[in-house]
Design a protein around this ligand. Structure first.
Ligand code: ADP
Ligand code: ZN
Length: 709
């Protein structure tokens, strides 16, 4: 692997290791080769072209359809000290000219361009007299006419290859399926490109799906309040009307929720999107018009109030959660009504039969996914030809395996009742007949005389609706749209009806029951060791972001702040070892953040001498660092720092503090001797396979300094 790439990763981005296949992809481009990259959202696609653009001579051109996001992307790069700019229709003529001048003078490392802009003859001739490092074609699936993000301008991008045959290209997408991949290669003439496919798993996303019991909104509210209080999230609804209602309702309950859909004015939409991106903890309620390429890293949940029409859509929409790798939820609630509506929409659409067949197959896969009784992640990955050996342990069916029941007899009753009422009625009516409801409509049709009238009293209405949904999902019943949603038998219903095929289905779970079993943590950040410091750091970050008019995460990600809380760096070199702190940000913000941390430490541990003494006394009483930390309400690293100085002064024994064998301690001392760079322990920590935490290493180091003195 290239040393240069590794250095840039560390120095500019503040990351210590490449992820997935980043290093191979970068090497491929660096040497002038081409690449097609399929990597899940949050996998780290951007670095794959940003680093080679920095290494290679000239400007890297990034083609992206996401005009609204270019400014944030460019801001984020500038924060890192990268010379980046963008060209799109939002710039004034003067601004655009100034960017073009920079480009011509070779003053840009990266330039983001909208595809239609790039294809303008003027732009192309400008590029001809410019040194270009590479072309990066982001969201490359937009070239696919089958996909729902099709952009006609993308088709023309094949021109790049013809006009600039010597400039390497990299196409990137998070879209998983093979037909799209083939289409990208063909349309962009990427036959010689090396293909990099990373797995599609998003292990930090927890998949959860449950049945709508008529209280979807309440359940949504409870979910957000209980598990994502104050956090950013996306709520997807099917219609504009539902978007408006849901946003208004959540707001009335005191949540910071705003709507987004195509029926709003461009300005309102723009404004709401900007608030969602820039501020902490905003919930956006949207139709699926929202979200393409949203690269906000700290979206903690995506909630679906309706069923997406395919697993591709589900994967893409839920994928917007947790790009930063911290835990996130994909939460969905769906019901019989969704199933019927999607089936209707599909049959009514005026595409040809071949297309319909594909869509029907996709919807069936989606429905099957909802009704699963085994690991959802395994099924999802299997659908994309990916593979997971063991059940994931991080989806609802793994955490709380659903009960199944033998529904054969109930299904027979249901199917038979559909048959006897003439295959003309909808679910509600048939259920009423099964329950033997006393109503005039039933009497009017004489259905109170049927043998199936009232034979279903062992189940209640919800149970029956749940059963019907599963029968429709499995294709045992179909919904006749022409006849106003009347249910009809299908070929596959006969064996069940005749009792030749048994049916095991998910048991209906009342929502009050599920509630008690879901996790209780208030939110993802509930885990941070030191809430006060966390809040102080967030406040500083928000101030800095406001001053510069950039989103908070552009300053530092949550994960970076969490690591600061965890490790409490007190000097510049210590701060530099935190993930996400590169050279430039250290210079720009280091002092501010260190000040907050050091103030916080002196407040919580003042007066320093006494507090260290107190720790030592408790230690002498036989308590270990963990229990002292609990008793004193101080973080373990504070306690360890007290103990480390005691070790250095000879007031405590290293072996007593760490509880480690002498032989292990010798290994650790040798590792520090060998790997510590200018006193930094990070290389040591890594050389030891991250097996010993920093607290232990600091104590060992302190004991060595004791020797020297
Ligand atoms: P994608 O475009 O694939 O969805 P991004 O390029 O936006 O993903 O990266 C997702 C997040 O992961 C970003 O916050 C980025 O800073 C971070 N990231 C990328 N590569 C690394 C790495 N090697 N180490 C640590 N963080 C990384
Ligand atoms: Zn699972």
């Amino acid at each position: 692997m290239s040393e240069q790439a590794q250095q840039i990763l560390q120095r500019v981005f503040g990351f210590s290791q490449f992820r997935l296949q980043q290093d191979e992809i970068i090497a491929q481009l660096q040497n002038g080769g081409e690449a097609l990259v399929l990597m899940p959202t949050g996998g780290g696609k951007s670095l794959c072209y940003q680093i080679p653009a920095l290494i290679r001579e000239g400007t890297g051109l990034v083609v992206s359809p996401l005009i609204a996001l270019m400014q944030d992307q460019v801001n984020a790069l500038q924060q890192l000290g990268v010379r980046a700019a963008y060209l799109n229709s939002s710039l004034s003529q003067q601004e655009a000219q100034s960017v073009e001048l920079q480009l011509r003078q070779g003053e840009l490392d990266l330039l983001y361009v909208a595809p239609e802009r790039l294809m303008m003859p003027r732009m192309l001739s400008l590029l001809e007299c410019t040194k270009i490092a590479l072309f990066a074609i982001d969201e490359a699936h937009c070239v696919s006419q089958w996909g729902h993000d099709f952009r006609p301008e993308y088709i023309q991008l094949s021109v790049l290859h013809e006009r600039f045959p010597e400039v390497p290209r990299i196409a990137l997408t998070a879209t998983a399926d093979t037909p799209t991949r083939r289409e990208i290669i063909q349309r962009l003439a990427l036959e010689d490109a090396k293909i990099f496919v990373s797995g599609f798993d998003r292990p930090n996303i927890r998949y959860r799906i449950s049945e709508n019991q008529g209280n979807a909104r309440d359940r949504l509210l409870r979910f957000i309040r209980n598990e994502h209080d104050g956090e950013a999230g996306i709520v997807y609804c099917l219609s504009r009307k539902r978007v408006d209602e849901t946003a208004a309702w959540l707001s009335s309950k005191g949540l910071d929720a705003i709507p987004y859909h195509a029926g709003m004015s461009a300005q309102d939409r723009q404004q709401n999107q900007a608030r969602f991106l820039r501020e902490d903890g905003v919930i956006i309620v949207a139709t699926i018009a929202f979200g393409m390429g949203i690269d906000k890293p700290d979206v903690r949940f995506v909630a679906h109030m309706n069923l997406p029409k395919s697993l591709e859509a589900y994967y893409q929409e839920t994928g917007r959660a947790g790009r930063d790798g911290l835990p996130a939820d994909a939460w969905m609630i769906y019901g019989l009504q969704d199933v019927i509506m999607l089936k209707q929409m599909q049959e009514n659409s005026d595409t040809d039969e071949a297309h319909k067949r594909v869509e029907r197959h996709k919807l069936d896969a989606m429905l099957g996914f909802c009704e699963l009784t085994s690991c959802r992640r395994q099924a999802l990955l299997r659908y994309f030809d990916d593979h997971l050996d063991e059940p994931c342990g991080n989806c609802d069916t793994c955490i709380e395996p659903p009960e199944t029941w033998d529904a054969t007899v109930a299904a027979q009753k249901a199917l038979s009742c559909v048959h006897r009422t003439g295959q003309r009625f909808g679910v509600n009516y048939v259920v009423d007949v099964l329950l033997g409801k006393d109503n005039s409509r039933i009497q009017g049709f004489g259905h109170d005389q049927l043998s199936t009238f009232g034979i279903g009293k062992e189940l209640d209405q919800n149970d029956w609706r749940n059963l019907f949904r599963q029968l429709i999902s499995r294709g045992l019943l179909k919904v006749d749209i022409e006849a106003y949603g009347g249910l009809q038998l299908t070929e596959t219903s006969r064996p069940v009806l005749r009792g030749e095929q048994a049916l095991h289905l998910r048991k209906f779970v009342k929502s009050s029951k599920t509630k008690s079993k879901t996790r209780k943590t208030s939110n993802v950040y509930g885990k941070v060791a030191d809430e006060k410091l966390w809040e102080a750091l967030r406040e500083l970050r928000a101030d800095l972001a406001r001053q510069q008019g950039v989103p908070a995460y552009v300053i530092f990600h949550d994960a970076t702040l969490m690591e600061m809380v965890e490790r409490q760096p007190q000097t510049g070199p210590q701060l530099a070892t935190i993930t996400g702190v590169g050279e430039r940000k250290l210079e720009a913000y280091g002092d501010d953040f260190l000040e907050v941390i050091n103030n916080h430490l002196s407040e919580t541990s003042a007066p320093p001498v006494d507090t260290a003494d107190e720790t030592l006394q408790l230690f002498r009483l036989g308590m270990n660092a963990e229990s002292i930390s609990q008793q004193r309400g101080l973080t373990p690293s504070t306690i360890y720092s007290h103990l480390a100085s005691a070790i250095q002064k000879g007031d405590a024994e290293l072996q007593d503090v760490t509880g480690l064998e002498e032989s292990t301690l010798i290994t650790l001392r040798n590792a520090i001797d060998q790997y510590a760079e200018e006193g930094r322990l990070k290389p040591v920590y890594e050389a030891l396979g991250e097996e010993y935490d920093y607290n232990i290493l600091r104590c060992v180091k302190a004991s060595m300094q004791g020797e020297v003195i």
